[in-house]
Ligand binder design. Sequence first.
Ligand code: ME8
Length: 498
Amino acid sequence: MKDIYITTPIYYVNAKPHIGHAYTTIVCDVFARINKMLGNNVKFVTGTDEHGKKIEQSAVNAGIEPQAFTDQISELFRNMLPVLNISNDDFIRTTQERHKKAVTAFWTKLYDAGYIYLGEYEGWYDIRNEAYFSDDELVDGKSPLGGDVTLMKEPCYFFRLSQFTDILLKYYDEHPDFIFPIQRKNEVVSFVKSGLKDLAVSRTTFKWGIPVPNDPKHVIYVWLDALVNYLTLNGYPENNDQNNDNYWLNVHHFVGKEIVRFHAVYWPAFLIAAGINPPKQVISHGWWLSEGEKMSKSVGNVQDPIKYCSLFGSDALRYFVLRELTFGNDGNFSLTGFINRYNSVLANAYGNLCSRVLSFITKYCNGNLSIPSNIDEDLVEFTNSVDSALNESISYIEQYSFSKYLEKIELAISYANKFVDRKEPWRIKDNQTILNNILYVLIDAIQKISKYFEPVIPIACGKVLQCITANSEGITIKALDSVLFPKIDENATFDVYE
Ligand code: ME8
């Protein structure tokens, strides 16, 4: 049993949440639930990133004050959580007092230790991504992240990132699992090897941010502000002994691939400068395309997670995103793909297995099964095959292979369905003991499958598990009172876009 601390990125509140935000949050939730299932203590957090020029500008465009604007959009992110059935322990907003206090304390720590100095900055500023770039970093006149840039010059505080080139390289070397997957690690290592420059960590060109202590003309760079959220959520600065905090020592940051650099270069450098251990692991995933294309409002293909949940249920969305995308790679979100997987696995395979076995037992065995006194070889073999598929499934979690995890659970389900078809319990009329034993091992399999499947589809598995109760002589079974996953008509049309 260990303590584990799981974080999502905190999301910008310039626009409402879409499927990409839902995805990372669901991945973290499933990882949190699997860890709980394995008996670990979990702290799982998410929230919103609310400062910076981009947000200030979005508020101006909307014609309202930044605070009122961020209140509105942050609420949309917070309201998405129960809809997706997310089990987070806390939700942070970077405009909260507790966070301002943490950032101020963290800055002061870096400043007092001599890692921050006042200078002047000139460079190309990408407003959308809140980052400066030098001439040689621009690609076709745009920032390497694709945003438009403007030349800006400002007095500015710098963080002595240049001192961290060797320190970070040594850190990556000594902690080979720090960045996952390896491909992202290689990119980070080659970026750091090319040499790090000092990093601009304050701005004077706008006001919407946390003021620099003792120099309020400056606001703190939004990425320094945002990254500290992970400490705020762990009780910093009151909890000032993070290096002896079991959650901090096992913190897992889940991020999209575009923000690995902030988490795997800047963040560990800031932390080392502040005397705090870098995170245990930065885990990055790929991007969702929608119907084969980049998601964009103008194309009208932005997938709306809330609509999917209200049409098909949160279990279905959670299952689809984990099963469809090979973690780490990019993937394609399409309604047809969604319906295919839903119908074949949730409705036909799992839903049908549970409903036919549970209702058969209530009809033909009065809902009661007794513990078998001896079980023949064939039944033992079936139980072993289910167990081995499920054991294999869990082994994929260490590599964050959620799709493989599900593949193995699906294999166990298919063993169970084939077993029912082969044993044809409806034909066994004359031998109650044989019938009892077949159904008993089946219920045992359904129970185990449902426990492994529960972190992904908690509502359906919860219903199934509630129908099965152990008693002193055996088990009592209730039938399901509704269809777990009603089949979706492939020819129907659905409104699933924002
Ligand atoms: O970057 N596919 O916030 P953000 C998969 N505030 N995941 C996606 C996605 C897509 N198409 N689009 C977004 C920020 N995401 C900063 C983070 S952390 C200290 C500060 C997910 O609102 C993915 O996790 O732009 C990505 O990293 C995150 O949303 C970016 O959210």
